[in-house]
Write a protein that binds this ligand. Structure first.
Ligand code: NAI
Length: 328
């Protein structure tokens, strides 16, 4: 089977080559993202393999269909970048529902610790032999309340990590999960209680119409003064402009962002030689209390290997049986 692999990066290749070769799946790697301009590259392929910032809208779906491409193998869990309604009857959409919730949850905690203990500042100082401690005062996570929005695979691991730090957890999910509520250190709560009572809020829900801008001006204004916002889920969960204003007004004490609403043209690329056109991102990055990583929470060896294995298995399930448990 021939699969056109879009938005390919050097770190993708070893695992996809290993699992692809074993299963007789032949990947052709394209550095470009999949979008309206590049869809034609998939001509003569059986399927395409896409990632989080590829744009699989109705136009791209129709183009792929006309070229007899029948499989869209997403090598990620989220599928907010695919017009799934339009794809019905045209493309079999496969995804990797879970590959390492630990990778993402651990990155969320890494960002939080970096922010709270000013590691990003201290690192730069000590590189310059500046061993002053002024301005590096942090606070203990122990005893603080963390609000976790979305208590699926990643949210649950993040909750466990937070419990290890002696934190208290308020959990909010569209479908509250009773088993995580121990009536003491972890409690299910309504969103408004979570917003009002949390010192730190971490987002682990998918991006849907309901969760779009879940952290908007109105909800940010309900938060405790100095709240820390962590987003390792999808950029558009947070209204970036509202976040910027809330940071400027000191409502938000710090932000840890692995994802950004307008990341698709910027993240995964070296833009260091270019003028940053996105004023909101530029301003956020300029803040001493904002840490931005470029959608790297998934990027561990374990996760890359699991992603490649599961993506290849999805494709060969369709090839061999016509069925796949990870079809959307
Ligand atoms: P999951 O499906 O296991 O859990 C998501 C949870 O969110 C579920 O419990 C669901 O009920 C809940 N939810 C759905 N709609 C909601 C709403 N309106 N309000 C509150 N909760 C709602 O997903 P998982 O594996 O935990 O992943 C979570 C998200 O993390 C993904 O959707 C993806 O966007 C993001 N992600 C980010 C990565 C990165 O590298 N930064 C890598 C992998 C995932």
């Amino acid at each position: 089977m021939k699969i056109a692999f879009f938005d390919a990066k050097p770190y993708d290749l070893p695992a996809f080559e290993k699992y692809g070769k074993k299963a007789g799946v032949d990947f052709k790697y394209f550095e470009t993202k999949l979008n309206r301009d590049t869809a034609k590259l998939a001509n003569n392929f059986d399927g395409v393999c896409a990632f989080v910032n590829d744009e699989i809208d109705s136009y791209v779906i129709d183009s792929l269909y006309e070229m007899d491409v029948r499989i869209l193998a997403l090598r990620c869990s989220g599928f907010n970048n695919v017009d799934t309604e339009h794809a019905k009857g045209k493309l079999r959409i496969l995804r990797v529902p879970a590959y390492s919730p630990y990778a993402v949850a651990e990155h969320a905690m890494a960002l939080l610790l970096t922010s709270v203990r000013r590691i990003h500042k201290a690192y730069i100082r000590s590189k310059d032999f500046n061993f002053s401690l002024n301005g590096l005062t942090g606070f203990d996570l122990y005893g603080k309340t963390v609000g976790v929005i979305g208590t699926g695979r990643i949210g649950r691991v993040f909750i466990d990590i937070c419990l290890g730090f002696g934190m208290r957890v308020l959990a909010y999910d569209k479908y509250p999960q009773k088993d995580i509520d121990n009536g003491d250190t972890v409690r299910n709560a309504e969103l408004v209680e979570l917003l009002e009572c949390s010192d730190i809020i971490s987002l682990h829900c998918p991006l849907t119409d309901e969760t779009y801008h879940i952290m908007d001006e109105a909800n940010l204004s309900k938060c405790k003064d100095g709240v820390i916002i962590i987003n390792t889920s999808r950029g558009a969960l947070v209204d970036a402009e509202a976040l910027l204003l809330a940071i400027k007004s000191r409502k938000v004490g710090a932000a840890c962002l692995d994802v950004y609403e307008e990341e698709s043209e910027l993240f995964f690329k070296d833009n260091s030689g270019h003028i940053m056109e996105d004023d909101i991102l530029a301003r956020l990055i300029s803040m001493p209390n904002v840490i931005v990583t470029s959608h790297q929470a998934f990027l561990t060896e374990e996760a890359l290997s699991n992603i490649a294995e599961a993506t290849v298995n999805n494709i060969i399930d369709i090839r061999n049986t016509g069925m796949c448990k990870n079809e959307i």
